[in-house]
Design a protein around this ligand. Structure first.
Ligand code: C5P
Length: 239
């Protein structure tokens, strides 16, 4: 497959066209942003970890019957994915209170939720990705109520499998963000699954092993990304 024109450059990835009409070529970058681009920096070799970890997680989820956009890992920073027509929505899955939910409901970070919380956000940087619901999605033409239901169903399946896997690695899956897109009328899990998009805590020490180390200037950011990837890799290999 040949890489051609760059179609899009996001905060963490570049997307290229290819000579295969069903595929995109993705390059993961080391650039890190937080708070809707207000905080900017670099996490050395983050692109390598996130590329390899996303590929590994998507492959793992495919093995569990969840359809994702992942096609092939090319090298340290690049992978081929299915060409999806992305929904302009983020689905956030929460098992434990942290981040914006902690602020919104006034509960301490670490509060264990009695059941999984699913939230929808409209992807728009200029608006700061506002929270919306499925009636907004339908009324604005972002996704039908049925499509949102499908995304939520897939998100809960992802949560079952991811939580089981992270538990084997001694990692608590606190919360994370998923994105979905359509190809031939079918919904696939897209984007990435990495320490940029998930909160991972060491189950014993509660140490943060994710992008919160960058957001909150906690230090040892690179080390946390490497640690979480190697622990999950071992769990996948032993699964
Ligand atoms: O900021 P908040 O607490 O709502 O984030 C919930 C989860 O979703 C976190 O794991 C965060 O990393 C992820 N997220 C993301 N991209 C966004 C918003 C949230 O990956 N634009």
């Amino acid at each position: 497959m040949q890489k051609s024109a760059m179609l899009y450059e996001g905060k963490a990835k570049k997307i290229y066209d290819t000579d295969d009409q069903n595929c995109f070529w993705v390059e993961y970058k080391d650039d890190a942003t937080a708070f809707n681009g207000v905080k900017k920096g670099t996490i050395v070799d983050k692109g390598i970890i996130n590329n390899k970890m996303s590929a590994m997680m998507f492959k793992y989820l495919e093995g569990k019957g969840i359809e994702t956009h992942f096609v092939e890992l090319l090298n340290d920073r690049e992978q081929i994915v299915r060409r999806l027509d992305m929904m302009p929505l983020e689905v956030v899955v929460r098992n434990i209170v942290a981040g914006s939910l902690s602020k919104r409901v006034g509960k301490d970070e670490g509060y264990v939720l009695a059941s999984t919380v699913l939230e929808l956000y409209y992807k728009d940087d200029s608006l700061g990705d506002p929270m919306v619901n499925e009636t907004h999605a339908q009324a604005m033409g972002w996704a039908s109520i049925e499509e949102v239901e499908t995304m939520k169903k897939i998100a809960l399946r992802v949560n079952e499998e991811m939580a089981k896997l992270t538990a084997k690695a001694g990692i608590t899956l606190v919360d994370y963000k998923l994105e979905f897109g359509k190809a031939n009328g079918k919904i696939f899990l897209g984007d990435e699954i990495s320490p940029d998009t998930c909160r991972f805590w060491d189950t014993e020490t509660k140490e943060k092993l994710d992008k919160d180390r960058f957001r909150r200037d906690l230090g040892k950011v690179e080390e946390a990304y490497v640690e979480v990837y190697s622990r999950l890799k071992e769990a996948v290999e032993n699964a």
